[in-house]
Design a protein around this ligand. Structure first.
Ligand SMILES: Nc1ncnc2c1ncn2[C@@H]1O[C@H](COP(=O)(O)OP(=O)(O)OP(=O)(O)O)[C@@H](O)[C@H]1O
Length: 482
């Protein structure tokens, strides 16, 4: 009988070996955004094996690596009529890179300044025609994430990124997703934890449903019934059997959203389920087995909460099979093109033309710090798309970005950083509580019969700002126009 050789961990499998390799800091060039054609998404090119990058106009975005004598050249073609055939060149100089305009028709800009030759610094934005590129001097990347990547089409739930260190973390999460390991998603509000929870479920191969529980909304008196269900007649009003969240997720994924808001009694109850994999419905007598995969998410600092006694340490340990920290949008600006493409597609009215941006508006998008992350970007684009008069969104349509982000940013810098991973909730208007502000807007909409310009005038605010508030407070404006 022949025996298969047993792997001792020192495998010859090149894919595994590659994944194990330590990340190295490598230079990258990103195509961040085609302002007038955001549907083109973005791309990244690793510069570590390259001496020169030539950039110019072409029929489509395509990069080819060529070796000529002793020079390793990357030729990058961009589909933009305002870019010259020979637009610009990046040349390796010592440990860094120099940008050179090649005498282009419309000029080249680095960080908003027209340039001929300039030594590039980490994070510099390069503007060529309608295309915004970015140079990063040294991003940690494994051999797998150091490859060139052109992302024209989206990937499953939240797993798309051009940024190498994020790609490595998401690759780990994708592999974890297929095992029944509990996953804890941490990150600021609006970074996409819920979207990623959906992605983890989709990749898990589990055939049951994804059931989301908003932990902050569990009520103490109904807790057991909400989680574990009840039998008919268990209490007044229990007119039929109810399975509850946990049993509904049987064979699928239980998503514990805002797990940092879980009341103490619920923590004990959940811990029991996770340890024993069975529940007893309220009014029931025997335990029922459940097959669960748990994904939890929060923007709160759970470790600190556990130290302060606000979260049970044993529950935290149970939830933390694999921890994944989501990156704030400001630290993955290179993904702006692929995010904008997906968000615009989602808010597109059927039959309406594809929207793009003027270069000025595109620059605003990549220069903001987005304290409320992808949610804020999504809302901003929703309003801008509604306000755009033609095929291009202009800076004026993104006006609220200047106002609110700057406002929140200063609030964030002053906030005590130990209380939350996230920036604080937005101040609606200085000195105004959200309910009060909502009431004021409703009264003015009534007065002006749904005319937003009238409301804006009375409040001394821009129309864009009022539209944002209307969207945030879920006000049905048509009801006032009738
Ligand atoms: N990768 C993505 N691509 C496109 N849209 C995204 C992505 N990630 C998040 N979004 C959008 O951003 C918004 C916020 O996402 P989500 O609710 O998942 O964030 P969150 O981190 O769970 O927020 P919170 O902590 O406030 O609950 C949603 O509208 C979502 O559709």
């Amino acid at each position: 009988m022949t025996r298969k050789p047993i792997s001792l961990g020192t495998t010859q499998d090149p894919v595994r070996e590659e994944r194990r390799a330590q990340p190295l800091a490598r230079p990258f060039l990103f195509v961040v955004l085609h302002c007038d054609q955001p549907a083109l998404g973005g791309a990244r090119y690793c510069l570590s094996e390259i001496d020169v990058v030539d950039i110019g106009r072409g029929p489509e975005r395509v990069a080819s690596r060529v070796r000529e004598a002793n020079t390793r050249r990357l030729d990058l073609r961009l589909p933009d009529g305002t870019i010259s055939k020979t637009q610009a060149r990046l040349v390796r100089s010592g440990h860094g890179w120099t940008f050179e305009d090649a005498g282009s028709r419309n000029g080249s800009f680095v960080n908003d300044k027209r340039v001929r030759t300039v030594a590039l610094e980490d994070g510099d934005f390069i503007e060529l025609g309608n295309v915004i590129l970015r140079y990063r001097a040294g991003l940690p990347s494994s051999p797998a994430s150091a490859g060139d990547l052109d992302l024209e089409s989206p990937a499953v739930g939240g797993f798309s990124t051009l940024v190498p260190p994020l790609a490595d973390e998401l690759d780990t999460l994708m592999r974890i997703a297929r095992a029944p390991i509990p996953v804890l998603l941490l990150g600021e509000s609006g970074t996409g934890k819920e979207v990623l929870a959906g992605g983890v479920h989709a990749l898990s191969g589990r055939t049951g449903p994804l059931v989301a529980v908003n932990c902050g909304a569990l009520t103490a008196s109904l807790l057991e019934s909400q989680l574990f269900g009840h039998v008919k007649g268990a209490f007044t009003g229990a007119i039929r059997d109810e399975p509850g969240y946990v049993r509904r997720a049987n064979g699928g994924t239980l998503f514990l959203d805002e797990v940092g808001d879980l009341p103490m009694p619920a923590q004990a109850a959940l811990l029991r389920v996770l340890e024993e994999s069975e529940v007893v419905p309220v009014g029931g007598t025997s335990p029922i087995k459940v097959d669960l995969r748990v994904v939890a998410a929060t923007h709160k600092p759970l470790d600190k909460m556990a130290i302060r006694g606000e979260l049970r340490v044993d529950l935290l340990a149970r939830l933390s099979g694999h921890r994944h920290m989501l990156t704030p949008l400001r630290d993955r600006i290179e993904d702006m093109g692929i995010l904008v493409r997906d968000l615009l597609r989602r808010s597109k009215v059927p039959g309406a033309p594809e929207l793009g941006f003027t270069v000025e508006a595109g620059k605003l998008l990549v220069q903001q710090r987005w304290p409320l992350n992808i949610r804020e970007l999504s809302q901003t684009l929703g309003v801008a798309a509604a306000l755009a008069d033609g095929p291009l969104i202009e800076s004026a349509h993104l006006e609220s970005v200047h106002l609110e982000s700057a406002h929140l940013e200063s609030a964030h810098l002053l906030a005590p950083s130990h209380e939350t991973i996230a920036p604080p909730e937005p101040e609606e208007e200085r000195g105004t509580a959200p309910d009060e502000l909502r009431g004021r807007i409703l009264a003015l909409l009534e007065k002006h019969r749904g005319n937003v310009s009238g409301v804006a005038r009375d409040m001394g605010k821009s129309r864009v700002q009022v539209h944002r508030w209307i969207q945030r407070f879920s006000i049905d404006i048509d009801a006032y126009r009738a």
